[in-house]
Write a protein that binds this ligand. Structure first.
Ligand SMILES: [Zn+2]
Length: 185
C-alpha cells in the first residue's frame, strides 16, 4: 500500500454535527425555526427537541460568525478557547452508530439549542484550526453575500462561499474594468 495523504472529509459520517452543521446554522436566516430540521439533517434529531428560543440561539450563531471573520490563528484560538471554557464544552469520546469513535464536546447537560450550538461550533472550529494550522474558513467576499464557509482547499485561501459567488464577482469586476477601459465617444 502506498503512502496516502490523508484528506479530511468534512462531510464524512464521523463528523456528525461537525463543520457543515456549524456553517448551515450560522447561515440560517431564521435559526430558531430551522433548528429541528438542521439537527435532524446533521445526524442528531434528539437535539431538535431542545429549547431554541430565538434570541439566545441567534446570539450563539453571531458569536460563531465572528470567528469566521477572524484570519489570525492566535486571535481565533483565544476566542475559541474562551468560548469552549465559557460553555463548559469538555471533550468526550462517543461511539457512533456504525461503531466508530468520535471526539466530541460533552452535550448531555446542554439544555438549550444555544448551548449546544456554541459547544459544537467552538469545538468543530477549534479542531479544524488545529488540523489545518490556519483559519481555514471565512465570510464570502462577493457583493450581497455574507455566508460563512469552510475552506477545504489546499492552495490559495478561499474567498467566496461557492463557485457561483466567485464567478459572479469575477464577471462584475471584468465588466467594471471594461467600462473603465472603454473609449469615450
Ligand atoms: Zn457567497
Amino acid at each position: 500500500m502506498g503512502m496516502q495523504i490523508r484528506q479530511t472529509d468534512i462531510r464524512g459520517p464521523g463528523r456528525a454535527l461537525g463543520l457543515r452543521f456549524v456553517v448551515d446554522a450560522v447561515n440560517a436566516p431564521d435559526l430558531a425555526s430551522a433548528w429541528p430540521t438542521l439537527t435532524k439533517a446533521h445526524g442528531d434529531p434528539h437535539l431538535g427537541e431542545l429549547d431554541a428560543s430565538p434570541e439566545p440561539v441567534a446570539a450563539a450563531a453571531r458569536a460563531l460568525r465572528e470567528i469566521f471573520a477572524i484570519h489570525d490563528p492566535r486571535q481565533a484560538a483565544a476566542s475559541l478557547n474562551h468560548m469552549l471554557a465559557e460553555r463548559s464544552a469538555q471533550p468526550e469520546l462517543a461511539e457512533l452508530a456504525d461503531g466508530r469513535w468520535a471526539l466530541r464536546p460533552h452535550l448531555a447537560d446542554a439544555s438549550t439549542a444555544a448551548d449546544t450550538l456554541a459547544r459544537v461550533g467552538a469545538f468543530a472550529l477549534a479542531t479544524w484550526l488545529a488540523e489545518r494550522g490556519r483559519c481555514a474558513w471565512g465570510l464570502c467576499e462577493a457583493p450581497d453575500c455574507d455566508r460563512a464557509f469552510i475552506d477545504e482547499g489546499r492552495r490559495a485561501p478561499q474567498r467566496f462561499c461557492s463557485s457561483t459567488c466567485a464567478t459572479r464577482t469575477r464577471v462584475a469586476l471584468h465588466r467594471k474594468a471594461a467600462v473603465r477601459g472603454a473609449p469615450t465617444a
